[in-house]
Design a protein around this ligand. Structure first.
Ligand code: HEC
Ligand code: HEC
Ligand code: HEC
Ligand code: HEC
Ligand code: HEC
Ligand code: HEC
Ligand code: HEC
Ligand code: HEC
Ligand code: HEC
Ligand code: HEC
Ligand code: HEC
Ligand code: HEC
Length: 274
């Protein structure tokens, strides 16, 4: 009897429980003498006779697994006699960091359609992500913060999704929206504060009330200047008076008084009688 080749407990189980499916299988087995003789090797063309579902799936969505390899490349042997029923993904995928992270099927759930069923990792991921986004790892290493200690998918729940800072933090100021955070912070180096572009004085005032109110009160020309015009680059940084004014007075005065503020008081509340 040909189907005795399948005389495993599993087949008996199938017979008992899934009669319909089993009879179909039985029918195929009887009409398809692939296992009839031990001498006959399974051919690539045979697989679809019993595994129509897998064949169809791979044809429809297998991508390059459908076009560049066949069933036997991944399933060199067949049960119950064969034990090497599937090979490791890394047999063919090697030479890139991404192929060294293991647990391929955690994300590529179904090897017969490896990209269609690509799923976001259900467990915390970091080295998995860095296998492709190594630049992000470098950014974080250069300017470490507590964000560097978080798993990537704590913020990027689904691949390519960008979170908003306000999902997890409150703003410094009621009038700030999510897009404002990135005017000063960057996501992967949040302690590297660099005010870029136009930043309203109120955004600085929330932490530097004295300087801001002085500047608002002064009737000198400094009053019309934005904070970030004098405080450029990585916070906190300050341009020296000379960077904009040079040494405007006679050399004798500057030699005697090296600090401009001796006479001009305060950058934000200048003493000036011009
Ligand atoms: C005559 C029907 C038939 C043909 C033809 C057939 N299979 Fe199977 N295949 C089965 C049955 C039945 C099982 C379940 C056997 C078991 O679990 O012991 C199975 C199981 C498998 C499994 C699962 C193995 C495991 O470890 O659980 C793979 C993979 C597989 N077949 C691949 C193939 C490939 C590739 C081909 C073509 C080269 C093929 N089969 C041809 C009937 C067939
Ligand atoms: C027998 C060789 C072989 C095995 C084993 C293999 N692959 Fe592939 N895979 C290929 C080839 C060939 C390509 C197309 C060229 C390339 O991208 O390297 C490919 C492409 C892919 C692609 C891109 C698909 C596309 O349409 O562009 C993914 C994703 C993939 N494989 C995942 C896997 C996973 C996950 C496993 C393990 C379950 C695996 N592969 C096992 C040979 C293999
Ligand atoms: C890129 C390698 C690869 C190719 C090509 C491939 N398979 Fe598979 N197949 C696997 C892996 C890996 C598993 C195990 C999946 C798992 O453990 O979830 C599997 C599982 C199976 C199973 C067990 C049931 C299931 O779906 O999990 C069958 C049957 C099967 N494959 C048949 C086929 C047939 C038929 C073909 C050709 C049309 C084929 N496979 C092509 C890698 C492959
Ligand atoms: C943490 C999830 C995750 C794991 C684990 C994972 N991958 Fe991927 N893989 C991805 C993502 C995401 C992409 C697709 C990126 C894109 O959109 O192009 C991908 C793409 C691929 C590609 C296509 C690459 C290309 O350049 O087209 C291959 C091949 C691949 N993975 C193989 C593997 C192998 C082999 C393993 C196991 C060693 C594996 N993957 C483990 C997430 C994962
Ligand atoms: C196999 C390589 C691969 C893996 C693994 C991978 N990605 Fe990606 N990722 C890509 C590619 C390719 C893109 C698209 C890049 C583009 O559009 O310029 C992308 C895009 C992104 C984007 C959006 C980029 C943008 O410019 O909008 C984010 C965010 C992202 N990935 C985060 C992650 C996280 C988090 C993980 C881990 C859970 C991860 N990626 C795993 C390859 C990968
Ligand atoms: C605290 C939340 C957070 C964490 C943790 C985080 N990201 Fe991001 N990521 C973001 C935000 C927000 C953006 C958008 C930044 C922007 O638009 O300037 C982003 C942008 C990206 C981008 C696209 C733009 C770019 O900078 O390359 C990639 C890729 C990315 N993240 C990958 C990762 C990876 C990989 C990890 C883990 C090592 C990670 N992220 C950890 C919040 C986070
Ligand atoms: C998924 C939640 C999440 C998102 C989204 C997020 N953060 Fe964080 N952030 C954290 C956690 C957790 C910490 C650690 C400190 C804590 O527990 O509050 C942190 C810490 C910080 C710190 C202090 C870092 C340190 O090392 O002390 C800054 C600054 C910061 N975040 C800014 C931002 C900015 C700006 C964004 C948007 C680009 C953002 N965060 C998006 C969760 C998040
Ligand atoms: C004008 C620039 C600026 C803007 C805009 C800005 N921040 Fe900040 N943020 C800073 C500075 C400066 C620090 C303090 C860094 C330090 O302590 O050295 C800081 C610290 C933080 C911290 C860590 C300390 C704390 O208060 O918990 C978090 C979290 C944070 N910002 C979140 C945000 C969020 C969310 C937004 C957007 C609503 C935002 N920031 C907008 C400049 C800014
Ligand atoms: C979230 C609060 C916060 C915001 C917003 C903030 N700062 Fe600061 N700033 C600080 C803290 C805290 C310090 C002192 C600690 C340090 O030196 O890092 C500081 C220090 C400074 C200093 C140097 C002070 C000294 O004694 O040398 C300057 C200049 C400065 N900030 C300018 C600005 C400007 C300009 C803005 C707006 C673009 C701004 N800050 C926004 C918190 C903030
Ligand atoms: C015209 C240039 C200029 C403008 C505009 C300016 N600052 Fe300053 N700021 C300076 C200089 C110069 C110093 C250093 C004074 C010193 O050497 O003691 C300074 C010092 C500071 C300090 C350090 C503490 C102190 O008072 O010395 C803080 C904080 C500060 N500025 C915040 C701000 C904020 C907030 C704004 C906008 C509301 C602002 N500055 C606008 C030039 C400016
Ligand atoms: C980033 C450039 C910048 C820096 C730094 C700067 N100033 Fe000015 N300052 C200006 C500009 C612009 C004006 C307005 C144009 C003018 O009057 O020349 C001005 C005007 C002045 C005036 C005349 C103001 C009036 O209206 O009477 C004095 C005095 C002065 N600055 C002194 C200083 C002193 C002292 C410092 C250092 C504490 C300083 N400035 C730092 C750019 C700067
Ligand atoms: C000994 C006192 C003293 C010192 C020190 C001093 N200044 Fe003055 N500065 C004055 C006086 C007085 C004026 C002219 C009257 C006025 O505008 O108040 C003046 C005027 C200015 C003006 C306006 C010039 C114009 O043409 O209208 C600038 C700009 C200025 N000073 C910058 C500086 C800078 C920068 C330094 C430091 C390198 C500095 N001053 C150091 C006393 C001083």
């Amino acid at each position: 009897m040909k189907f005795f080749v399948f005389g495993t407990s599993r087949f008996t189980f199938l017979c008992g429980i899934k009669c319909g499916a089993a009879f179909a299988l039985l029918f195929v087995c009887l009409t398809t003498p692939v296992f009839a003789s031990e001498a006959v090797e399974l051919q690539a063309g045979d697989c679809g006779k019993c595994h129509r579902f897998q064949l169809q799936m791979i044809a429809e969505a297998g991508g390059r697994h459908a076009t560049e390899i066949g069933c036997l490349d991944c399933h060199p042997q067949h049960p119950p006699k064969g034990t090497e029923t599937q090979v490791d993904c890394t047999l063919c995928h090697e030479g890139q960091a991404h192929f060294e992270i293991g647990d391929c099927l955690h994300c590529h759930v179904n090897p017969h359609r490896p990209l269609e069923t690509l799923r976001d990792p259900l467990k915390p991921a970091r080295k998995e992500c860095l296998s492709c986004h190594s630049d992000v790892g470098q950014e974080m290493a250069v300017a470490p913060s507590r964000h560097s200690e978080l798993f990537c998918n704590r913020c990027h729940n689904t691949h390519k999704e960008i979170p908003g800072c306000l999902d997890c933090h409150g703003p410094h100021l009621g009038e700030q929206f999510a897009r404002d955070c990135l005017r000063c912070h960057s996501a992967h180096q949040p302690l590297q504060v660099i005010a870029a572009g136009y930043v309203p004085a109120s955004f600085c005032r929330v932490c530097h009330a004295r300087q801001a109110s002085n500047l608002a009160d002064t009737n000198t020309n400094h009053g019309g200047i934005n904070c970030t015009y004098c405080h450029k680059g990585v916070h906190p940084s300050t341009s020296a008076c000379q960077e904009c004014h040079g040494l405007p007075h006679p050399q004798a005065i500057h030699s005697e008084h090296t600090d401009c503020l001796e006479c001009h008081g305060d950058a934000h509340r200048l003493i000036s009688h011009r």
